[in-house]
Write a protein that binds this ligand. Structure first.
Ligand code: AMP
Ligand code: TRP
Length: 341
């Protein structure tokens, strides 16, 4: 059996669960733009609204607003809806259709080992939705319905991507053909795990109750500067070498953020700032962050003023996405043995 050649194709998704953070930007979106502009892969980016309803009871109007705001965010950071396919998951029904097939491929034991499931379900798994448990099978379907070969994500999604590979491999094995690609995660750069500004051992997250712990892409310039000035650090100066950041998670986080924003390596940041105290370094970082993020914030609010245009862009994106997804679903159904009408 010879393995078929899969065209280089990038897929990634973000949940429209309200608010985009600097973690989303540096760990995911900024890298989506780099891959789009490299021109080496077709790029497909998705607002995963079906995933966004798995965790908590949500307000329908807020979900619609968050989906449009996420679309505005994608465009504001530099995703071009002509160059990339930009769309909303629920508008392409093939995702949910393939997810059902994958629900029958994935094993309960695999799903039960997912750390995100364990964290989100907490102690009361009995009360969690079935959708939250099946979340990774839908994520595998998002990727594999396009035969995507590469998936840029932050570090926290690594386990889900391993499961995606397991699902593809089991499907291929069970049906005796190399139909789905074994997707490569793309987790690279200085900011694959941007940490909480008040606690360098926790991930920066849009769901943390304290707003001081994160930078939101909708924050005003003075709020961004204030949050960076007030970020937790230590009294030591910046070291000469990266090893000097070991056991200093907050210091390391600010260096990594600087590096990712400036498109330089963390060592290059130390070369420029070694010996500086954090009071000083934070001022430089605040200036850099405001400089890079302010244009995004402004562009997002400009785009949000015209929701009809956002809906038009998403409708067009969904059409283009379906042109790829529909034949792959039809072939999957054939392989599995579903009758065709
Ligand atoms: P989510 O907002 O959970 O849908 O995440 C969307 C993307 O942003 C995923 O690729 C995540 O891995 C990435 N991401 C979210 N938070 C962070 C963070 N603190 N650091 C790096 N990447 C992140
Ligand atoms: N689970 C991802 C997150 O929370 C979002 C997501 C859904 C995704 N489907 C995807 C990411 C497919 C990459 C590819 O961040």
């Amino acid at each position: 059996m010879t393995a078929p050649h899969f065209a280089p194709r990038v897929f990634s998704g973000i949940q429209p669960s309200g608010g985009l953070t600097l973690g989303n930007y540096l760990g995911a979106m900024k890298r989506f733009v780099t891959m789009q502009d490299a021109g080496t892969h077709q790029t497909i980016y998705c607002m995963v609204d079906l995933h966004a309803i798995t965790a908590t009871l949500h307000d329908p109007e807020t979900l619609r607003r968050n989906t449009r705001e996420l679309c505005a965010g994608f465009i504001a950071v530099g995703i071009d809806p002509e160059k990339s396919i930009l769309f909303n998951q629920s508008q392409v029904p093939e995702h949910a259709q393939l997810a059902w097939i994958f629900n029958c491929v994935a094993r309960m034991g695999w799903m039960g080992r997912m750390t995100q499931w364990k964290d989100k379900a907490g102690k009361n798994a009995e009360a969690a939705s079935l959708g939250l448990f099946a979340y990774p099978a839908l994520m595998a379907a998002d990727i594999l319905i396009y035969h995507a070969t590469h998936v840029p994500v932050g570090e926290d999604q690594k386990q889900h991507l391993e499961l995606t590979r397991d699902i593809a491999a089991k499907f291929n094995h069970d049906y005796g053909q190399e139909f789905f690609p074994i997707t490569e995660p793309v987790i690279e750069g200085a900011a694959t795990r941007v940490m909480n500004l008040q606690d360098g051992t926790k991930k920066m997250s849009k769901s943390d109750p304290s707003d001081k712990t994160r930078i939101n892409l909708t924050d005003r310039a003075d709020d961004i500067a204030k949050k960076i000035r007030k970020a937790k650090t230590d009294p030591d100066p910046l070291p000469e070498a990266l090893a000097g950041l070991d056991a200093r998670p907050e210091a390391r986080n600010l260096v990594n953020i600087y590096a990712a924003l400036a498109d330089i390596s963390p060592q290059a940041v130390l070369d420029q700032h070694q010996g500086a105290l954090f009071g000083h370094f934070k001022m430089a970082l605040a200036d850099l962050a405001v400089d890079k993020l302010s244009p995004i914030t402004t562009e997002m609010s400009r785009l949000m003023a015209d929701p009809a245009e956002i809906d038009r862009i998403l409708g067009r994106g969904a059409q283009r996405a379906r042109e790829i997804a529909a034949p792959i679903l039809a072939q999957t159904y054939d392989i599995v043995g579903m009758l065709r009408s």
